[in-house]
Write a protein that binds this ligand. Structure first.
Ligand code: SF4
Length: 376
């Protein structure tokens, strides 16, 4: 196995993550700085618009949010997302403000002509710690069919500019019926671009994502198996988004007992993860748009630690359905966002995971029953 690439701040951050109490602070705090975006991606969670919303958090309100975020503790990771964060003219000011105040500032810009090498270098100068760009196809034709004309060329150029500037790159990929066959070729792109992390998002049908078809439970499981092989073979790391049963699959591959699994617990909506919308609504994740509070009226710290919704999402012992009965609930817990999107209950079963705990005879989500899970 290769030693994974270590990038600026990553080793410190990884050590810090191992010690974080997710009841006290999120590992990842996402701020959707705007919903404005020049693209109109087929699957957009935010249902992004061409223009900025008049009620977006102002520069002063955004700085107050960043001030509050410092109260979570040293090196809090903040992801500036959108829409396209480049649509805000105060973006560099916000990055520099967060960086100056000890936050680890990262960004997920859209792959457009605005993402020039000059902009990338300016973000680097402002203190960005990592840049994530999206590749949903391995070629111009497949990626642009998903994200819009010229997006592939602009995305690759921006990733190369970031690599040349020494800014660590993360590649984000959406897995759905339209993209799943592209994954092996995208893997090659991730390697060729010198990315440090491949973040593989299993579609949750929120926003415009509702028009796409997800992969089925059996295909998701086989993709997870393959991703573990990729993770072992490549220098870059692999993580999944909205698919925490990647960890269950990994533990089953290693035959690791549950004593070890608690130490390896990952993050899910509201449990190590929080999302602030463009207008300041605080959600457990961008794919679980149920507001638990609002900034700047409330502190993000108070909402994360004390809001009932967040607290309930951090208590897998109280989850409903098979996730609540599952021996992997503390290390996995299922996608709370997908449970919410497909069952209306954020504490229900993840409808993508085909695993049925031994002895469980309770109800299964419709998607699993339709796929024949639990039929025997
Ligand atoms: S049943 Fe739920 S908790 Fe168990 S592995 Fe599947 S998604 Fe995770």
């Amino acid at each position: 196995m290769f030693a994974k690439a270590i990038t600026r701040g990553d080793s410190v951050h990884a050590r810090m993550f191992a010690d974080i109490d997710v009841g006290e602070r999120p590992l990842v705090l996402i701020w959707e700085v705007t919903q404005a975006c020049g693209l109109a991606c087929r699957h957009c969670r935010a249902d992004a618009k061409p223009n900025r919303h008049p009620d977006e958090l102002t520069t002063a309100e955004g700085k107050r949010l960043l001030d509050d975020a410092t109260a979570f503790g040293d090196g809090q990771l903040v992801v500036l997302s959108g829409g396209d964060p480049l649509a805000r003219e105060d973006l560099l000011e916000l990055v520099a403000y967060g960086d100056d105040n000890g936050l680890r500032m990262t960004i997920t810009p859209s792959g457009t002509a605005s993402l020039t090498p000059e902009r990338v270098r300016a973000l680097d100068d402002a203190g960005i710690a990592r840049m994530a760009v999206s590749l949903d196809g391995a070629s111009e034709s497949t990626h642009d069919a998903f994200r819009g004309e010229r997006s592939f060329a602009d995305t690759v150029a921006a990733a190369e500019a970031a690599r040349d500037a020494g800014v660590p790159i993360q590649i984000n990929t959406t897995v759905c019926a339209d993209t799943v066959s592209e994954l092996p070729a995208i893997r090659d792109r991730v390697r060729d671009l010198g990315a440090v992390l491949w973040s593989v998002f299993f579609l949750v049908r929120v926003g415009r994502g509702g028009i796409l078809s997800p992969v089925g439970p059996a295909r998701a499981e086989s993709v997870m198996e393959w991703l573990h092989e990729v993770d072992a073979e490549e220098r870059f790391g692999v993580k999944t988004t909205e698919a925490p049963f990647y960890r269950r699959v990994g533990l089953q591959r290693e035959d690791v007992g549950q004593g070890g699994s608690r130490r390896r617990a990952g993050i899910t909506a509201g449990r190590g993860f929080a999302f602030v919308s463009h207008t300041g609504e605080v959600y457990p994740s961008g794919f679980l748009p149920e507001s638990a509070g609002n900034v700047p009226e409330e502190s993000i710290v108070d909402v994360y630690r004390d809001a009932e919704l967040f607290r309930s999402l951090r208590d897998p012992d109280d989850f409903a359905g098979k996730c609540g009965a599952c021996e992997y609930r503390h290390v996995c817990g299922g996608s709370r966002s997908r449970a919410y999107a497909e069952t209306g209950d954020p504490t229900g079963s993840d409808p993508l995971c085909p695993y049925v705990p031994d002895g469980y005879d309770g109800p299964l989500p419709d998607r699993l029953r339709e796929a024949g899970v639990g039929a025997d």
